[in-house]
Write a protein that binds this ligand. Structure first.
Ligand code: PEP
Ligand code: MG
Length: 325
């Protein structure tokens, strides 16, 4: 499939109306990095650091982690890599950490909640990232932030790690971006200062959707019950896009839906300009984005909403089919 899209690999995802969407890839292991040049991705929009913890049988040491992150940055060759700090708990249990017996793990003690309550691992990881950057730009993203104070506390950990490295005489990153994943509806309604304080936001649509519709992403009975192009979900995403534009906050979408061409086109039509997806999805998404007029798609979405459609999918698909896509 990659070869089919090779002819557009080095071309921008520029729509008929001239809007350019930046396409990035999701990764989590060294083995994913060769896809960076072959897919045409502009960078790694989500690097899931927990994968490297999950494939081991004991806690990695800071020096090992730092060497690993340096190799990831080397392999990226100067392209931006958004390192997401450890997202464990819920469906991801470390073999060497005592599992918690929680009635609702997805709503439980996970991700940044663990990071802030037991900051040892988070501190080690932040220090390893700063060392790995070794004077290069560094991008760090915190998972599962649900309120402003959690972001502030996580950022304070990062700032402390920077200060420690400075005192130790290690080179600091040339530039630093510290952002948050938007995975709980609460952040859509966070105070304005939240949007000013984060360096960027990335919508984790997999989790966001499960919390928005109260439908477990792991449960076969409900996981496909609600459409991502449901008008309520789209309105929420649109509100986040608009708040980010108003505050000048860079926004991306890195859940699985970003890699589905129709979903990607709808998000772009609502103003989203950065998507991050599995490498194999970049070709198909770019192919469709280059053929549509986003303003026309936006009009179709707005009409479907005005009519009271439950989802805009059918209307958008009809529009694309009429356009010969
Ligand atoms: C998400 O929730 O959409 C996301 C990108 O993170 P993960 O799938 O790793 O939870
Ligand atoms: Mg998530």
């Amino acid at each position: 499939a990659q070869e089919r899209y090779a002819s557009i690999r080095d071309l921008p995802a520029e729509s008929r109306c001239g809007a350019v969407v930046s396409l990035h890839m999701n990764a989590g292991l060294m083995a994913d990095l060769p896809s960076l040049p072959s897919s045409g991705a502009e960078g790694v929009g989500l690097f899931r650091t927990e994968l490297q913890f999950l494939i081991r049988n004991k806690m990695p040491r800071r020096a090992e982690l730092s060497a690993l992150y340096a190799r990831v940055m080397d392999a990226a060759g100067g392209k931006r890599v958004a390192f997401r700090t450890l997202d464990i708990g819920s469906d991801k249990v470390l073999p060497y950490m005592k599992p918690n017996d929680e009635p609702n793990p997805a709503l439980g003690w996970r991700a940044i909640r663990v990071g802030l309550d037991k900051p040892g691992i988070l501190r080690m990881q932040l220090q390893a990232l700063i060392r790995a950057a070794n004077g290069r730009p560094l991008t760090v993203m915190f998972p599962f932030i649900a309120q402003l104070e959690e972001f502030r506390a996580a950022r304070a950990e990062f700032d402390k790690a920077m200060e420690r490295e400075r005192i130790l005489g290690h080179p600091l990153p040339a530039t630093v971006e510290v952002g948050a994943m938007l995975e709980t509806p609460s952040l859509g309604y966070a105070p304005d200062v939240f949007y000013d304080e984060v360096d960027f936001l990335s919508i984790g649509g997999n989790d966001l959707k499960q919390f928005f519709f109260a439908a477990d992403r792991e449960n076969e009975l409900v996981r496909r019950r609600y459409d991502t192009l449901n008008v309520s979900f789209l309105s929420f995403v649109q509100q986040v896009i608009e708040r980010c534009i108003a505050h000048g906050t860079p926004l991306s979408f890195c859940g699985e839906d970003a890699g589905r061409p129709i979903e990607a086109v709808c998000f772009a039509a609502m103003g989203l300009r950065t998507l991050s997806m599995r490498p194999a999805s970049i070709g198909p998404v770019k192919h469709l984005l280059r053929r549509v007029n986003l303003a026309d798609v936006r009009a179709v979405i707005d009409e479907a909403r005005a009519r009271g459609d439950q989802s805009v999918r059918q209307a958008v698909m009809d529009h694309l089919r009429d356009g010969g896509f």
